[in-house]
Unconditional design. Structure first.
Length: 296
C-alpha cells in the first residue's frame, strides 16, 4: 500500500492495517485494527482443540479456519473483521450477523433472488477460507394467516432443509410468528416433576434451592422475554402462570410473592427501556410534540 494512500487518521493512531483481498495498492482493501490484533493473532496462531467424551480425550487437531468454539474472541473476531465485508447482493434483502451466526432475510417480492444470495455467501466463505455448512443451515418461510398454504413457494435451496421453526439465539421462532413453540420448548425442559426432583435431590437448604431456581429455571423463562412476549397468546400466558404457581407450591419462591408472567414481563421491559434511555448513544427516536403529525 502506497504511503500517500494511507488515511491521515491511520497515521495518527497506533493501528495495524490488515490486507483483505483485491489490489494491494488500494487502501480500501485494508482494514485498520488496533494493537490488540497482535494478541489475537498470537491466540489463533498454532491453536489446537480436542474433544472429551465418556472419560476419553481425542487427539489434538489444528484449527486453521472457522470460529473457535467456546472462545470469547471467536465472535469478536468474526463480526468486525471476518464478516465485515459480507453484504447482500440486492438492496431488498438483509444479512444479519450475531456472534458467529449469520441470517439471510429475503423479502417475498424478491424470493427469486434467494439462490443468488446463497451462492454469493458461499463464494464469500470460500474467499475467506470458510465453509457454508448446509447441513446446519435451515430455511423458514413466514406467511400471514390469510396467505398460509396459498402462496406459491419456490423449491428449497439445494442441500438446505426447509423447516417450520428455527432456534435463533436460544429463542424458538416458528413460521407463524407465535411464541407458543418457544414456551413449549421452555416448559418441556423443566417439566414440574423433573424440576422438583432435580432441585430437591441434592439436599440443598431452602434458601439455596430458591437461588438455584432463580439462576436456572426462572432465568430460562425470562431469557429474551421482551423479544418474544408480544407474540404469545392468552393460552400461552396461562401455561406459564400455571407453571410458576406450581413452582411456588414446591417452595422455590414464596407463594405470596409469585407474580403473573405479565407482571414479570412488565418489570423486565421497564428495566430494559430505562437502560435504553440512559444509554450514551440515542437508541430511540425523540418524543414528538403534541402538535406533530405522522407526516412531519
Amino acid at each position: 500500500m502506497s504511503i500517500g494512500g494511507v488515511p491521515s487518521a491511520w497515521k495518527s493512531a497506533i493501528i495495524t492495517s490488515i490486507y483483505k483481498k483485491g489490489l494491494s495498492s488500494n487502501p480500501a482493501n485494508y482494514r485498520p485494527v488496533s494493537p490488540v490484533y497482535k494478541w489475537i493473532k498470537a491466540f489463533f496462531h498454532g491453536h489446537s482443540q480436542c474433544t472429551r467424551f465418556a472419560g476419553s480425550i481425542s487427539e489434538l487437531t489444528d484449527i486453521v479456519a472457522s470460529v473457535l468454539q467456546g472462545s470469547a474472541t471467536g465472535p469478536a473476531a468474526y463480526m468486525p473483521v471476518t464478516a465485515a465485508d459480507l453484504h447482500p447482493m440486492h438492496d431488498t434483502n438483509k444479512i444479519l450477523k450475531f456472534a458467529d451466526d449469520t441470517y439471510l432475510t429475503v423479502a417475498a417480492t424478491s424470493s427469486n433472488t434467494c439462490a443468488d444470495e446463497l451462492s454469493h455467501i458461499q463464494s464469500w466463505a470460500t474467499d475467506n477460507i470458510l465453509k457454508l455448512n448446509c447441513a446446519k443451515s435451515k430455511e423458514i418461510i413466514f406467511q400471514s394467516r390469510s396467505n398460509r398454504g396459498k402462496a406459491v413457494q419456490l423449491p428449497a435451496p439445494q442441500g438446505i432443509e426447509r423447516v417450520d421453526s428455527i432456534i435463533a439465539l436460544g429463542v424458538v421462532i416458528n413460521n407463524r410468528l407465535s411464541a407458543t413453540d418457544h414456551i413449549s420448548y421452555i416448559l418441556t425442559a423443566f417439566q414440574p416433576p423433573l424440576c422438583t426432583c432435580v432441585l430437591r435431590s441434592h439436599g440443598l437448604p431452602e434458601l439455596s434451592v430458591k437461588d438455584v431456581f432463580q439462576a436456572t429455571v426462572f432465568s430460562k423463562i425470562t431469557y429474551c422475554l421482551p423479544a418474544w412476549f408480544g407474540f404469545r397468546t392468552a393460552a400461552d400466558s396461562n401455561r406459564l402462570d400455571s407453571f410458576l404457581r406450581h413452582c411456588a407450591k414446591q417452595g422455590f419462591w414464596s407463594p405470596t410473592d409469585t407474580p403473573s408472567i405479565c407482571a414479570i414481563a412488565a418489570d423486565i421491559e421497564d428495566t430494559l427501556f430505562n437502560k435504553i434511555l440512559r444509554c450514551a448513544y440515542p437508541a430511540v427516536l425523540p418524543v414528538r410534540s403534541a402538535g406533530s403529525t405522522l407526516s412531519s
